[in-house]
Design a protein around this ligand. Sequence first.
Ligand code: OGA
Ligand code: MN
Length: 293
Amino acid sequence: MGLTVIDLSLRTGSEVRIDKAELLSGDHAAAIRALLVERGVLLIRGAHLKDEELRTVARSLGDLRLGGSKRGADGATLREGDEGVLKVSLDEKVNPEYARFLFGNHLWHMDGTYEEVPPFATLFTPYKLSRVGGDTMFANTYAAYEDLSDEDKAELDQLRVVHTMQAALFPAKRDCTPEEFAVWYSYPQRSHPLVWHHKSGRKSLVLSTSGAFVEGMHPAESHDLLQRLMIHATQPQYTYRHEWQLGDLVIWDNTGMMHRVLPFDRESGREFHRCTLNGEEPVSAPREPALQH
Ligand code: OGA
Ligand code: MN
């Protein structure tokens, strides 16, 4: 039995029908990986993966991020744990390290824009769903780039954006304390080209709520440009909204997709388990060829 692929929307997302044993065997890993890069988001229903199985699938697709502390999703310090599985929950008892930062996931973002080499992909499976809300949305930044005018493409190619933690977190938590803000402010910033020239030859926009300003541009122009691009890239033709069912496995290509979670009740106990695959290339601009490994 092979893979059956059913597209979820015109330009983003495919459901992959595959038997669980075949998924775990890794026999289709190359095909799944290629499809992930092509379609941005993959959905496998009814997988009901235990942590060990989630890791097995992750390892078949790339370099599983293990242990240690990293600046992750929203600039938060992520502890993937030695096991490589992170519990994504707003409950500090479930994830004392990360729960405090999770609110940043409500705004459109890429994970790990604070890293020189942002993570390649994420595998995400629900353990407990909220009764109301909590869908996850994805926006395809390859497709959004492709549809820009030639003028825009030429101009944006020259630009770099500085990503900061306070830009990502403050809009999501306006009642933060000065101490919290000071912690965010103390985190390192990272500058990335606005247009990513991938090794594959494809190009995508590097947009995220963490994108604070365009280097060298007047703050007003920078604000207007980033806002315009964010509005452009999150139009319905570039997005896919996922309504979760227990047992789902969703994998997204973090290098060509933004994502966000829609509001849900904090008390719902919503909990996901996730594996992160390390990035494989830095965000490269045209005259900065990707580092060769
Ligand atoms: C993440 C994230 C969204 C969600 O884990 O990086 O953004 O739906 N999660 O919880
Ligand atoms: Mn995220």
